[in-house]
Design a protein around this ligand. Structure first.
Ligand code: SF4
Length: 180
């Protein structure tokens, strides 16, 4: 029988949610035996031409035009989307910039910082533009499953994955929402 295909993306986040997934250690073997990972940063896959998949997993919020495009592409190709971590679920620490105009942010970061000499604003056709605000993923596309936490514990991630692989939407036991 063909295994369910799973794609994962790393948007505006620190990679900690994917690291928490890898922290499943030997538990990873069971999950990876049950699914086929397609596009994922774990394999350093950078082509976002997603194949059709049962499940798409998102780490990180959406703060620039490239992330916005990736999220829309993932939504189009996946039956179910799962948001991993507070950045994807709520916007997380990334939203600290939301009350500051992007021009002010970029000027401070690239020109005015005390350690910068002759700074310039980075401009290139391949550089994605910042969005005016960082958004949680459900502010852009419908999301079926949320796994909050910063990062979510490996147990919470495993529970959510096992539930969805058995055709259920998880009800997360509160005990595994904390990182022990
Ligand atoms: S939720 Fe926490 S661990 Fe996950 S990407 Fe955001 S900051 Fe990193």
């Amino acid at each position: 029988m063909e295994k369910p295909k799973v794609a994962t993306v790393w948007l505006e986040g620190c990679s900690g949610c994917h690291m928490s997934f890898l922290d499943l250690d030997e538990g990873l073997a069971d999950i990876l035996a049950a699914v086929e990972l397609t596009v994922t940063p774990i394999t350093d896959f950078k082509d976002y031409d997603f194949p059709e998949a049962t499940l798409g997993i998102i780490e990180g919020a959406v703060g620039n035009t490239e992330q916005l495009e990736i999220l829309h592409k993932l939504r189009k190709k996946c039956q179910v989307l799962m948001a991993w971590g507070d950045c994807a679920v709520f916007g997380g620490v990334n939203t600290l910039r939301n009350h500051i105009p992007t021009e002010v942010l970029l000027t401070r970061g690239f020109i005015q910082t005390e350690s910068t000499v002759d700074g310039v604003l980075p401009v290139h056709q391949e550089l994605p533009a910042l969005l005016p605000q960082v958004l949680a993923v459900n502010e852009i596309v419908p999301i079926e499953i949320y796994v909050p936490g910063c990062p979510p514990s490996p147990e919470a991630i495993a529970h959510a994955l096992q539930e969805v692989l058995q055709g259920r939407i998880q009800r997360m036991p509160t005990g595994i929402l904390h990182f022990d």
